[in-house]
Design a protein around this ligand. Structure first.
Ligand SMILES: O=c1ccn([C@@H]2O[C@H](COP(=O)(O)O)[C@@H](O)[C@H]2O)c(=O)[nH]1
Length: 242
C-alpha cells in the first residue's frame, strides 16, 4: 500500500475540548490523515461552530456523536447534523432497525433538499472498550461479542447504512458477510508495544488493515504524543508495512 492510500484510511480523533487545540492538531496532522473525528468532548464544548471552522480548513470530518434514541428524535437530530456538511456520522445499532432507517431517510432527504452530498451513515456495534466478560456479565448479553457485532453489522447493512464502527477482532467476519464496499471503521488501534488503557479489543494498525478494516480511528497514540505528526507518520508506516 502506498502512503497516500494509507493516509486516506487514517482518522485522527480530535479528543480535546478547545477550538484552539483542535485547530492546531489539524494544521499539524493534515498531511498525515484523511479524516478528522469530532466526538462528544469537542462538539459538546464548542458546538456546531467548530465544524464550520474545521471545514473551512478543507478537512473531511467524521462526526462521532453515536446517536441512540427513539426513531423520531434520531431522525430530527440527523436532519440538523446533515446540514453541517460532515463526511460521515454514526448512530448506535442497538437503537434498532426503525431507528437506523429513520436516520438514513432523514439524512437522504435533507441532503437532497440542500443539494449536498449525503454523509455516510455508520452504525456503532459493540464499543471497543467492552471485553467478553463485561459483555456477558455487565451488559447481560449471552454468547461471543463477535456474534453480536456481526449480527448488528448485517442489520445495519439491511437498513441501507454504509458501514459500521467495530473492532478489528470482528472485521474479518464483517468483511466476508457484508462485502468489499461495506465501510468498517475501527477504533482500538494501538501501535505495537503500547498499552490499551480503557480500550479492550485492541490491535496494531497492520493487524486491523489485514483483518479487513477500511478506516482506522486513532486518538491518544497520536494526539497525546510529544510529537503528534511524528506519531501519525509512525502509524502510517505500520499501515503500509503489510
Ligand atoms: O467502539 C468505539 C467507538 C468509538 N471510539 C472512539 O474512537 C476514539 C479512540 O480513541 P483512542 O484514544 O485511540 O483510544 C475515541 O474518540 C472513542 O470515542 C472507540 O474508541 N470505540
Amino acid at each position: 500500500m502506498h502512503i497516500s492510500e494509507a493516509r486516506e484510511k487514517l482518522i485522527v480523533a480530535l479528543d480535546v475540548d478547545s477550538a484552539e487545540q483542535a485547530l492546531k492538531l489539524v494544521e499539524r496532522l493534515k498531511p498525515w490523515a484523511g479524516l478528522f473525528k469530532v466526538g462528544m468532548e469537542l462538539f459538546y464544548s464548542q458546538g456546531p461552530v467548530i465544524i464550520n471552522e474545521l471545514r473551512r480548513r478543507g478537512v473531511k470530518l467524521f462526526l462521532d456523536l453515536k446517536l441512540h434514541d427513539i426513531p423520531n428524535t434520531v431522525a430530527r437530530a440527523t436532519r440538523v447534523l446533515t446540514r453541517l456538511g460532515v463526511a460521515m456520522f454514526n448512530v448506535h445499532a442497538a437503537g434498532g432497525r426503525t431507528m437506523m432507517r429513520a436516520a438514513l431517510e432523514s439524512c437522504q432527504e435533507e441532503s437532497a433538499k440542500l443539494g449536498l452530498s449525503r454523509p455516510l451513515v455508520l452504525a456503532v456495534t459493540v464499543l471497543t472498550s467492552i471485553d467478553q466478560l463485561a459483555f456477558n456479565q455487565e451488559l447481560g448479553f449471552s454468547g461471543p461479542v463477535a456474534d453480536k457485532v456481526v449480527a448488528w453489522a448485517l442489520l445495519a447493512r439491511e437498513c441501507g447504512l454504509d458501514g459500521v464502527v467495530a473492532s478489528a477482532y470482528e472485521a474479518g467476519a464483517i468483511r466476508r458477510l457484508c462485502g468489499p464496499d461495506f465501510i468498517i471503521v475501527t477504533p482500538g488501534i494501538r501501535p505495537s508495544g503500547t498499552a490499551g488503557g480503557d480500550q479492550k479489543r485492541i490491535v496494531t494498525p497492520a493487524v486491523a488493515l489485514a483483518a479487513g478494516a477500511s478506516h482506522l480511528v486513532v486518538g491518544r497514540p497520536i494526539i497525546a504524543a510529544p510529537d503528534p505528526a511524528k506519531a501519525a507518520r509512525f502509524i502510517l508506516d505500520e499501515m503500509i508495512a503489510i
